[in-house]
Design a protein around this ligand. Structure first.
Ligand code: NAG
Length: 148
């Protein structure tokens, strides 16, 4: 019994370390529940399209940039301005550890993305959005998804 529970625990920990890639509709549901639809005027399609081009829905995506900073998670949020990696020059406007932005639980990443949209120039922060989503008909992105 005890050995079995330890094995189960180890199994769970191993799974938690696996990169998690969400499906489009699962993400649509999570985004809708977090009230991202029409947040600051950006429809659900904008959020799903943006997350796709930024991270391919991969919560553990990390991109190291030339300036020494790193983009984290599903929204590729940058460590220089928005989260804390531990170095002094970081501004950490979201008051969050960067490591919290690459977990399966998207709560912190969503809170931070909302702050970015609200306090900067909308979704212009995201190059992937500007290049591929801005000004397009994005209704396709939530097609077939059961979002209420
Ligand atoms: C998700 O991102 C991680 C970290 O960058 C990478 O190791 C992994 O291969 C990616 N998974 C997929 C399915 O792209």
């Amino acid at each position: 019994m005890k050995a079995a529970s330890i094995l189960t625990l180890i199994g769970c920990l191993a799974m938690a370390a696996e990169p998690k890639v969400y499906t489009r509709c699962k993400l649509a549901k999570i985004f809708a529940r977090a009230n991202l639809d029409n947040y600051q005027g950006f429809t659900l399609g904008n959020w799903i399209c943006m997350a796709y081009y930024e991270s391919r829905y991969n919560t553990t995506a990390q991109t190291d940039l030339e300036d020494g900073s790193t983009d984290y998670g599903i929204f590729q949020i940058n460590s220089y301005t928005w989260c804390r990696r531990g170095t002094l020059q970081e501004r950490n406007y979201c008051h969050v550890a960067c490591s919290a932005l690459i977990t399966d639980d998207l709560t912190d990443a969503i809170v931070c993305a909302k702050k970015i949209v609200k306090e900067t120039e909308g979704m212009n922060y995201w190059q992937g959005w500007k290049k591929n989503c801005e000004g397009r008909d994005l209704s396709e992105w939530k097609r077939g998804c059961n979002v209420s």
